[in-house]
Design a protein around this ligand. Structure first.
Ligand SMILES: NC(=O)c1ccc[n+]([C@@H]2O[C@H](COP(=O)([O-])OP(=O)(O)OC[C@H]3O[C@@H](n4cnc5c(N)ncnc54)[C@H](O)[C@@H]3O)[C@@H](O)[C@H]2O)c1
Length: 260
């Protein structure tokens, strides 16, 4: 049984992992600066606190690093939680000899990439917000800790994590709860790993982000947003592929409402 620290465990993804990862054979310690309810092994801490991270990482085999501001925000806030916090987590993992870090990146690291037949995981960074920049930083930091210190790192460019797709874009970008758990389990257990960047979406019929890098780790998505397509198209119409919400990876984050 592997011992895994989850940062950001009180958040929406963390709560699902906390509930559904243990049956896959992982023993979890849950860290968040907000209270984590109902956990036997929980740590209340800020990820920018190195001493708290040292204590929390003792005996861990892996970290699933979710804690962040999970949307666009003032740069000072992004700087604290997403840049310094992510640095502190990688650095504490190195100090503690933790083997593997699964890092919650985002599609917004490449958000201004235009729609293509198939979006490879090797496209250049094209962040759509300061939030997206912070995810480019986290992916780069992961690469550094692989090359310099021999950690194993998987960066998950998560799409739209939700119980069900709600908007036309989600027909491509949805990551179901069950597939999120399958994806993190694969990232935690893939053999022979050094560094990998994968898209975190379900097996959506309308998906256009390459799932092969995830499949190479053993991720087998089972859900498909198409099951909700008729309902979503009836409510919103067919997706307009020329609109910025469909024309770029990052969807609405590429629009003028996100101008400073
Ligand atoms: N939900 C999505 O669709 C989605 C998509 C792409 C990427 N992601 C990424 O996945 C991760 C989790 O997303 P989520 O939707 O669960 O976010 P969330 O906002 O629901 O949860 C984030 C958690 O991190 C905690 N946190 C924030 N700053 C912290 C700090 N300094 N110290 C300790 N804890 C801190 C918060 O208290 C919160 O519980 C984030 O890194 C996010 O950027 C999520």
């Amino acid at each position: 049984m592997s011992q895994v620290l989850i940062t950001g465990a009180a958040g929406s993804i963390g709560a699902v992992l906390a509930r559904d990862l243990p049956p896959y054979g992982h023993r979890l310690r849950l860290l968040d600066r907000s209270p984590v309810t109902g956990a036997t092994d929980a740590v209340a801490a800020d990820i920018c606190d190195p001493a708290a991270l040292d204590a929390a990482l003792g005996g861990m085999d892996a970290v699933v690093h979710l804690a962040a501001i999970a949307t666009e925000a003032a740069f000072a806030d992004i700087l604290h939680a997403n840049l310094d916090g992510t640095y502190q987590v990688f650095e504490a993992a190195r100090r503690a000899g933790v083997r593997r870090v699964v890092y919650a990146s985002s599609n917004h690291a490449v958000g201004f990439t235009p729609r293509a037949a198939l979006l490879g995981a090797d496209v250049p960074p094209r962040p759509d917000t300061f939030y997206g920049v912070s995810k480019v930083f986290g992916e780069a930091l992961g690469r550094l800790y692989v090359d310099r210190y021999g950690l194993e790192v998987v960066c998950l460019r998560i799409g739209t994590f939700a119980a069900r797709p709600e908007a036309p874009r989600h027909l491509s970008t949805w990551l179901s709860h069950g597939d999120a758990v399958r994806l993190v389990h694969a990232a935690l257990t893939a053999p022979g790993l050094t560094y990998s960047v994968v898209y975190g979406i379900s097996a959506n019929t309308r998906g256009w982000w390459d799932l092969e890098p995830g499949r190479a780790l053993g991720y087998q998505p089972v859900d498909d947003a198409e099951a909700f397509a008729a309902e979503i198209v009836a409510a919103h119409g067919e997706p307009d592929l020329a609109d910025h919400t469909q024309a770029f990876v990052g969807g609405e984050f590429t629009g003028p409402e996100f101008d400073a």
